[in-house]
Design a protein around this ligand. Structure first.
Ligand SMILES: *Cc1c(COP(=O)(O)O)cnc(C)c1O
Length: 270
């Protein structure tokens, strides 16, 4: 079985996990930003992109229940390999965190509980259609259920572009490689997502802009989240923070962090 891993790899991953969990706990104690004593500890999503399914199996055995992937082909193959390993009652959840073409929506709804990178209405439309089609085929006995059926719909986060050096009028195509909607468009996209069958609105996601102050960017993200929650009180998720900036993200209210290299090691080929 390809899902076997060496004791050495398991030990390496467990060590990385404990270190990151300690960094999360430390950061969560900093009350100088948006956190209060009552704030919950942020959730950890381990980003397994570029690493084999056997690593995801090792992480699962070490207690991880949420992983993130940014390319459909790779994610779909891994999720398929792991389905009997992690697909029982105590499920491993798959979050899609990368730029997504609409023609991949059909594939994504088969394995993902969540898409964190919804950045345009057309993508929400495609995900809704893919989810509801899959559900109808499942109800007819023609296909497996969509992965998000147990939670009654695919959770969507709106990816927000935080790069202030990009002209607001240039539109999303110009928002740079890191992607995301213009902050001024968050509410329109939220209205759109919540009007569509099969989707639920979970909150916001962002990547700190390269070469800019991450804390300042995450502070803005927090204010966008507060505005969103005035209209959608249940959309409380703020997914922010990667290996190098998780402390700043948590200080500014991240409820979920996406950590790859600090746990997995340097990505092969990068
Ligand atoms: C790869 C990736 C991460 C993880 O980055 P690390 O720096 O390896 O922790 C987080 N978020 C997104 C969107 C990614 O593509």
């Amino acid at each position: 079985m390809t899902l076997t891993y060496t004791p050495e790899r398991r030990a390496e991953l467990s060590e990385g996990l404990s270190q990151v969990q300690a960094r999360i706990r430390d950061a969560a104690e900093d009350l100088s930003g948006a956190r209060t004593k009552a704030s919950a500890l942020p959730e950890l999503v381990v980003v397994t992109k570029f690493f084999p399914a056997s690593d995801a199996a090792a992480l699962y055995d070490a207690g991880v229940r949420a992983v993130g992937e940014n390319r459909d082909q790779e994610a779909a193959a891994k999720a398929r390999e792991l389905v009997t390993y992690t697909g029982g009652e105590d499920l491993l959840r798959w979050s899609f965190i990368g730029q997504l073409q609409t023609n991949k929506a059909k594939s994504v709804v088969q394995y993902a509980q969540e898409v964190q990178s919804v950045d345009r209405p057309q993508l929400a439309d495609a995900l809704s259609k893919a989810y509801t089609n899959r559900l109808a085929r499942y109800e007819n006995g023609e296909a497996d259920a969509p992965a998000a059926l147990a939670q009654k719909g695919l959770r969507c986060l709106i990816q927000v572009g935080l790069d202030t050096t990009v002209e607001a009028t240039a539109g999303q195509a110009a928002l740079g490689a890191r992607g995301g909607v213009d902050p001024a468009e968050i509410l329109d996209l939220a209205d759109h997502i919540s009007s569509l069958p099969g989707l639920t609105l979970g909150g916001l996601m962002a990547v700190a802009p390269l070469g800019q102050d991450a804390a300042a960017a995450f502070e803005r993200l927090h204010s966008y989240s507060q505005k969103l929650q005035e209209h959608y009180p249940e959309a409380t998720t703020i997914s922010a923070g990667m290996s190098h900036d998780l402390a700043e993200a948590i200080r500014w209210g991240a409820t979920s962090v996406r950590i790859g290299s600090s746990i997995m090691g340097a990505r092969p080929g990068l």
